[in-house]
Write a new protein. Sequence first.
Length: 364
Amino acid sequence: MINGITPRGSGEFMFEIVTGLGVTGWAGIALICALLASLAAWQNHRLIQREDDRDAREHSGTMSRSAPRGSAAAPRPAPAAATARATQTPPRPAPLPASQRSASGNGGDDGLSPYEAYRAMIDKRVQDFARSRGSLVLSIVHHEVDEYIDTDTAIEAIDLIRHAPDNAPIDIILHTPGGIASATQQILHALKHHPGRKTAFVPYRAKSAGTMIALACDEIVMGTSAVLGPIDPQYAWMPAPILAALTEHKSADRVSDEMLILSKMAQQAVDEARRFSCDYVNDAHKQDGTCALTNDLIGGGRNHDYPILPQEAASFGLNISTAMPEAAFGICQPPPKDDPVLIVSMMNSQPERDGGAPVAPIFR
C-alpha cells in the first residue's frame, strides 16, 4: 500500500474493465460490430454489382451509361448525320450472375436483377420521349448523394451535341443537385455553339450547376413544384462568396495562412463564375441584356439550397413553361432500393473518397 492506495497489476485492471461492462455492454458492442461487418459486405457487393453492370453494357454495346450519370438517347428515325451510337436502340443489358442478383428476388421473369430491369425501363422511356419529341435527348439524372455532374457527364453531353446536325433540337432532362464547375462549363460551351433549339426539362429539381445548364437552353420547362437554385460556387465544401469575404469580418492576424489562401482562391472562383455564367446564359433569359440575372443568382444573399419555384423563376425574367410532359417525370423515377442504400451512400459520399476535400470549385 502506498499512501493508502493499493497498487494493482494490469491484469487486475483489465479484469475490472471486462466485468464492469456487463452482459448488456458486451452485447451492444457485438451488435455494432455485426452491423459494421454487414454494411461493409453489402458495400462490397454493391461495388461488384456496379462493375458487372458496366462490363455488361460495354460488352453489349449499350449506348447510354448508368442511370445515375447522364445518359443520351436519340429518336427513331434519327438525323442521318448522327452516329450509330446516337441512333441505335440500345440492346438489353446482359443479366448479372445469379450470385449477384438482389436477394429480394424481385427480378423480372427474364432473369434481370431489379436494378437491371429499372435500367432497361428508363432507357426505353428516354427512347420513347425522344421519338415523341423528334429530338436528341440528353438525360442528366442523379439520385444518390454521391452523384453529380462530373467529367464523365461532360464527355457524354459533348459527344451527343457534337454529333448532332446543326438544326437538330436537343432536349435535356435534368434531375441533379449540381456538380463540378469545370465539367459544367464544358457542357455550357457545347450547348452555346449548337444552333438548334435547346429545351431543358426539370420535372423535380435542377440545382446549382443544373440550373446553369437549364439557363443555357432556349426554354425551361418545369414541373409545377420543381425547383431551380442559386449558382454561387462552393469552394472546399464552403460557400465561396462567404469564404471570400472572410477578411472583411476578421483581421488578417486572426486568420490562419491556410484560410487566407482559401479565401483568396474562393474570390477567384466567384469572379470566374460571374464571368462564364453570364457568357453562357441564353439570350431568351436576359431581359435587359446584362449580367444582372447571374449576378443576383451568385451573390443575391440566398442560401445555396434555396428553392426557386417556377413562379419566382418567371419573375426573374426566365423563359419558363410548366407544360411538363408526363413522360419526363417517369424518366426521373428513382431506382429500386431494397437495401440500406442511404447509409452506404452517406459512407460513399465522404470527401475522402477522392483523397480529400475538393480544391476545384463546385456548383452544389
